[in-house]
Write a protein that binds this ligand. Sequence first.
Ligand code: ADP
Ligand code: MG
Length: 274
Amino acid sequence: SDRLPKPEKTRILTISNQKGGVGKTTTAVNLAAALARQGARVLVIDLDPQGNASTALGVEHHAEMPSVYDVIVSDVPMEDVVQKSPEFGALYCVPATIHLAGAEIELVSLVAREQRLHRALDLYLKGLDDPFDYVFIDCPPSLGLLTINAFVAAREVLIPIQCEYYALEGLSQLLKNIQLIEKHLNPELTVSTILLTMYDGRTNLANQVAQDVRDHFPKQVLETLIPRSVRVSEAPSYGQSVISYDLNSAGSLSYLEAAAEIARRGAPKTGEQQ
Ligand code: ADP
Ligand code: MG
């Protein structure tokens, strides 16, 4: 009853928005946990030097640990840095450490600097006996080389949008960058999903923003909204998703429902465009 349709092949979604604090990490962690809870095998790649996704998934990421930095900069195999999250089910994480902060600069002089995550992930996924159903890449709040690596490694972009006044500002720049990546580096890349986060239905403004976003992106926006909820913001300090922390809270139920919607919609068809 809890089971969702499994994708035919691994779906790789990058969670991106160059604005900070819009719910990227919260969405990456909780969608991943929600899918794992409903029977999927899920990998989260933490691509933000802050390491917030690693923290929220209860995965160690102190400075001496091997991490996504070593994968991208030093060609360390991804399998050597993947950790199992203590969350339920098959949920794994490639952690980020503070070293990743230097990667934006170090990448500039490396060969195939835009493709390094893609190559490492591809190699890792091909070597697995038990494939992942979903990979989520949690991006930093910028459009630099780390985010470009995420766009090149992914097939789908998921954009979390906070239901506030400035929500649509910056979105056209994000979409323009995604189009550039699609044109030059990854023809498959598609904005498949938009998720409205931190929604407070009591305010007219939130309703208006939600409606605006739905009008602009009728195909991408999920029906499910993520409400603003204290339980969602508390969970990371316990090294847990809100799904483990408080399964029946409004935040947990909304992420479970958003995950189910993503699973039921399935992967975008080849050649399908936004
Ligand atoms: P980003 O990764 O885009 O910077 P975060 O996911 O870290 O954003 O979220 C920013 C802050 O908002 C965090 O403190 C997080 O706990 C909080 N937050 C995110 N989603 C919700 C929500 N639905 N309800 C309440 N707080 C939230
Ligand atoms: Mg974040």
